[in-house]
Design a protein. Structure first.
Length: 358
């Protein structure tokens, strides 16, 4: 996970997923009550920028995306050498400049609205954060003006060229992850919801959230200082905060949500019972998915998928829930039992969105 230098210019550790360090945070009951999940177009764009810079795809979908977008990104930076130096300084190998990652705090905000704090960052603040990220300023950045607007222009380019054309799919994946985490929260509390979010992260009890395995001074989140969890579809994440009030933890979506391809095949016993299409849909709903995602995975028409979902809903095998602007479907316990019986497993593997949201 990438950990951001806060806007005040102090520093936090930067590294590949599973390294880096803020140690743990202490969160009191009021702050925990205000904690929530949200989706952020700016966070998705910043994660895409990091993926373009790191050039280390984590799954086949990201590899295909990089192959398509990376030549355009390189050409864009070749024409803007000062911007290239700026972004590479901001995304240092050990630290990251905090002005680049203002913490998200409200769902449904437009990209331009989220980008405003980056654009408005004073040059002095940007230089302080860049020095914290790399220890020095590359030649030219110590005298350049308009560093905040220049950074915002690059993020706008990444948004328009590499994220926005695919934003609806990305948003559905992120919202599906939120539904998964919300279901886990209902089943097992924060300890379950945070499990597997990133290597080393865990709820330790006593109001302590371990962000990673590094030994560093803890942060105190209390009162109105809620924490927001923001999923992104790239394998990059970070923590960011503004003073003692706004805190955000950006994390990669569950791997199975970002993987392309049809997923597991339906067992023949289930096919004989429900028919091949309905059985396929039920198996796919082990994790929450929208109708559009099911259309892409099955190759069926929208009407055909909707018809199968209607039958499964009427039979009490799946659950329908809205998150944001997307309607997601997932298996409930009865559907888990049916799939488990068809595959010969003694214990059903629960559908990740099932049960406690009823």
């Amino acid at each position: 996970m990438i950990l951001a230098v806060p806007p005040e210019g102090s520093a936090a550790r930067l590294g590949r997923e599973g390294r880096g360090g803020m140690g743990w945070w202490r969160i009191d009951a009021d702050a925990l009550a205000r904690s929530r999940f949200l989706v952020s177009p700016l966070a998705e764009t910043t994660a895409a920028l990091m993926a373009l810079e790191r050039r280390t795809p984590a799954h086949p979908a990201e590899r295909a995306w990089l192959a398509d977008r990376l030549p355009h990104y390189r050409a864009h930076l070749a024409a803007e050498p000062l911007t290239a130096a700026l972004v590479r300084s901001a995304l240092g190998r050990q630290w990251i400049a905090g002005y680049l990652t203002p913490p998200a705090h409200q769902d449904g905000r437009a990209f331009a609205e989220e980008l405003a704090p980056v654009r408005a960052a004073p040059d002095a603040v940007v230089r302080t954060d860049l020095r914290a990220a790399t220890g020095r300023l590359p030649e030219g950045l110590d005298r350049a003006r308009g560093l905040g607007p220049r950074t915002a222009e690059l993020l706008e380019w990444v948004w328009e060229e590499a994220v926005r054309p695919d934003w609806e799919r990305r948003r559905r994946i992120a919202e599906a992850d939120v539904l998964v985490r919300t279901a886990q929260l209902g089943q097992g509390g924060w300890a379950a919801a945070l499990s597997g979010m990133r290597p080393g992260m865990a709820w330790l009890g006593g109001g302590r959230l371990r962000v990673n395995l590094q030994q560093r001074r803890p942060r105190e989140l209390s009162g109105e200082a809620g924490l927001v969890f923001v999923p992104v579809t790239h394998a990059h994440g970070w923590v960011a905060w503004t003073g003692t009030y706004r805190h955000a933890l950006v994390y990669p979506c569950a791997g199975q949500l970002t993987q392309p391809g049809p997923g597991p095949a339906a067992p023949q016993a289930l096919v004989r019972l429900l028919g091949p299409v309905r059985a396929r849909v039920l198996v796919l709903l082990a994790s929450p998915k929208s109708t559009t995602q099911l259309v892409a995975l099955t190759g069926l028409s929208l009407g055909a998928v909707a018809g199968q979902l209607k039958v499964l809903l009427a039979a009490g095998l799946v659950l329908r829930r809205r998150t944001g602007r997307t309607v997601l479907y997932s298996r409930v316990a009865a559907g888990d039992v049916l799939v488990a019986a068809a595959t010969g497993r003694a214990d059903p593997e629960p559908g990740r969105g099932a049960g406690p949201l009823r």
